[in-house]
Ligand binder design. Structure first.
Ligand SMILES: [Zn+2]
Length: 370
């Protein structure tokens, strides 16, 4: 079986490439925002849904108008790709899987996607359309095949990255009889049915201290000064470092879970979102459940493992795994409880939940009524 896989590298643009990239990012952002505005207005004013083709016609008109003719100066491919991305974002929104798409700001991560017609891959080098020189990429590992698309981005710390989408043969792992249920949490990142507790990475605490110092320094600098710009960059670099560490940590964890288990069960994020309240929302986005689930999903698929997401509400915490009795209420601060029905004492809230999730997941797999 072949799957597509992304390979991400850092690269260092020449001053010339930097100008072209900044212009391309600017045009992509402009098109995203203009089309989003067009769609939003059409939806609110005429209850009309704008599809990909209408958006594409709208973009063609923009390029012809004198005040937005600058759009024709960059490769048309990333602009077209940006329409596709927005189409997908709306698809997720209408399927209630995501929030309404947001306007893009200059302050956030910038990106542009180039399909195969807009870049060349020759002698292990990548050159973008309208750029003579190939990109100076720091190849941390080899590409398995010629990429089908590449996405160029710049993070808030000013670093440039290129993500190459390549076809690879899926690595099927040897089948194991092991199965695991995962309860996503806040105090612990997750707890497994076999009793493993995984904390949120501790090392981010050290980074957080450095971030706080950088933020304090920034607040003392005068607005508009050169030193303020430098301090701002420093804060952005700290944020980037924390995000990198967190992502690294998640990759290691998901790799291990997928290697060790044939079947992995978790509650879907739709279910998790139902039980969250507003004060928990930030904590949830901080721990990165979405990224964890995303990684488990694709890594399991590559490895021939099964990742089961339980998509309807199930009393995983309040149900005694031993006898199936469901207690009426179980406040969040209660970490262990005793089952009034079968008399089991000291039931660990999270492990019990993870075991119920595993049971519900395997029942789903078997197609049985649960
Ligand atoms: Zn019981």
């Amino acid at each position: 079986m072949q799957t597509e896989r992304a390979y991400k590298y850092r690269f260092y643009p020449t001053p010339e490439q930097e100008i072209l990239l900044a212009r391309t990012f600017g045009c992509v952002r402009f098109v995203w925002n203009a089309v989003l505005r067009y769609r939003t207005d059409a939806f609110y004013e005429h209850k009309e849904k704008i599809g990909y083709n209408d958006a594409s016609i709208f973009l063609t008109q923009l390029k012809k108008q004198p005040d937005t003719a600058f759009l024709a100066e960059v490769s048309s491919v990333p602009l077209q790709q940006c329409l596709r991305h927005q189409q997908t974002a709306f698809k997720h929104f209408f399927a209630k899987r995501a929030n309404y798409p947001r306007f893009k700001s200059k302050k956030h991560r910038q990106s542009a996607t180039f399909a195969s017609s807009a870049f060349s891959y020759r002698n292990g080098e990548i050159a973008l359309a309208k750029c003579k020189e190939p990109l100076n990429i720091r190849w941390s590992r080899e590409l398995p095949s010629a990429p089908s698309t590449v996405t160029v981005s710049q993070d808030r710390a000013g670093r440039y990255f290129i993500s190459c989408l390549c076809k690879v043969d899926a690595e099927s792992l040897t089948i194991t009889p092991k199965m695991v249920g995962i309860d996503l949490g806040l105090k612990d990142l997750f707890v497994t049915s076999d009793g493993r507790r995984v904390n949120n990475p501790r090392h981010t605490v050290r980074h957080a201290r450095k971030l706080a110092r950088a933020q304090r320094q920034l607040s003392r600098k005068q607005k508009g000064s050169n030193n303020r710009a430098k301090a701002k960059q420093k804060v952005a670099r700290r944020h980037a470092k924390i995000a990198d560490t967190r992502l690294d940590h998640l990759h290691k964890l998901t790799r291990q879970i997928v290697n060790e288990n044939q079947v992995i069960c978790a509650e879907s994020l739709t279910v998790k979102n139902m039980i969250k309240n507003r004060s928990l929302a930030k904590a949830i986005s901080d721990v990165g459940w979405g990224e964890l689930v995303r990684q488990l999903d694709y890594k399991a698929a590559w490895a021939g493992r099964q990742f089961v997401q339980i998509d309807r509400w199930y009393p995983s915490s309040k149900r005694c795994h031993g006898c199936g009795f469901v207690v009426e209420s179980l406040p969040l601060n209660v970490r262990t409880w005793d089952c009034p029905d079968c008399g089991t004492q000291g039931i660990d809230r999270d492990i019990n939940a993870a075991r119920n999730i595993l049971q519900a997941g395997t029942a789903l797999l078997a197609g049985a009524e649960s």
